[in-house]
Design a protein around this ligand. Structure first.
Ligand SMILES: [Zn+2]
Length: 316
């Protein structure tokens, strides 16, 4: 079976080469356009309205990208936000989506091991390391940069940076990794473990940011815990009831599709119907268990994107 149409068969050699080049340019432009739309969906947390807990889940389940493709797109967006040059490199074809995603992971990894944010210059250095490189070459360049940084700071590199094979894991873990690979597909062991760690680190980081933002806006000023009439203290009995009702899972349900959010981590008690700042009470009718993103989306819908943007969408 061929996918070559009569029209393609009729092209002369030079026409076929020219046409292919043009099509690739269109494809690259469209990729960038898709990323731009995804970035805005992420800023507004619009995926929440459809019952998804993250942009990654939305791109995978709603848009039909594979897990690896979704991961590359979500990570690439992160890097484009952080390093302005990334967008141009991608549109010029100097850097692949996969390499952009690897650079984004490397920046997260370095910031974690160095316990400090990378400067703009350092981030650009990471980007340069994956520009005009094959995936394998990019991986080696990134490892070199990471080892150099750690050595400059006098930090002993984690075994995983030097050689992933030095990590000892139980048979049970190996079994689970194999199981996950069957579901997720085309990832190396290292990439898979890195993804899981990145997801967790990101959740913790964003959880911290959200807490800060809510203290600054929705739930300020802080009140005394014993002020029963107007305080954000949620009685233990209410918390227990809500957790049981929710079965320890985000309670958001898309009213149209009936899809309920799958998130079970970092859940928060949300004054859903009437926000705390408007006198919403801490009762079982008003308190709902929500994931981080659904809590954020609730705040955006209620207070407006403009007001919540600085708290929820930190630009690096
Ligand atoms: Zn949720």
């Amino acid at each position: 079976m061929t996918i070559v149409s009569e029209k393609i068969l009729s092209l002369k050699d030079n026409e076929l080469l020219e046409k292919t080049k043009k099509l690739v340019a269109v494809e690259k432009a469209q990729t960038l356009e898709v990323l731009a739309h995804l970035q805005e969906i992420s800023r507004r947390r619009l995926f929440c309205d459809l019952g998804y807990s993250s942009l990654f889940e939305y791109t995978h389940r709603e848009l039909g990208y594979s897990e690896a493709e979704s991961w590359a797109r979500v990570s690439a967006i992160q890097l484009i936000i952080q390093v302005p040059g990334a967008k141009k490199s991608l549109s010029d074809g100097e850097i692949s989506l996969t390499n952009l995603a690897k650079a984004a992971s490397s920046i997260t990894r370095q910031e974690k091991s160095l316990s400090e944010k990378l400067s703009q210059e350092q981030k650009e250095e990471v980007l340069t390391a994956v520009t005009r490189k094959s995936t394998r070459e990019a991986e080696l360049s990134l490892k070199e940069i990471e080892l150099k940084k750690l050595s400059e700071k006098g930090i002993t590199p984690p075994a995983a940076v030097v050689n992933i094979q030095k990590i000892k894991v139980s048979d049970q873990v190996v079994k689970k990794i194999l199981q996950l690979k069957t579901i997720k597909g085309n990832f190396s062991d290292s990439e898979l473990i890195e993804q899981l760690i990145d997801q967790e680190l990101k959740k913790i980081e964003e959880e911290k940011k959200l807490k800060t933002s809510l203290v600054c806006t929705k739930e300020s000023p802080p009140v005394q815990a014993n002020d029963k009439k107007n305080n954000r203290y949620i009685p233990k009995s209410v918390k227990e009831f809500v957790r049981n009702r929710a079965n320890n899972r985000c309670e958001f349900v898309d009213p149209i599709s009936g899809r309920r959010c799958m998130e079970v981590h970092n859940l928060q008690y949300d004054h859903q119907k009437i926000p705390f700042s408007l006198g919403g009470q801490s009762t079982i009718d008003n308190i709902f268990l929500k994931c981080r993103n659904h809590n954020s989306r609730g705040a955006i819908v209620f207070f407006g994107l403009e007001k919540m943007d600085p708290f929820l969408n930190h630009q690096h």
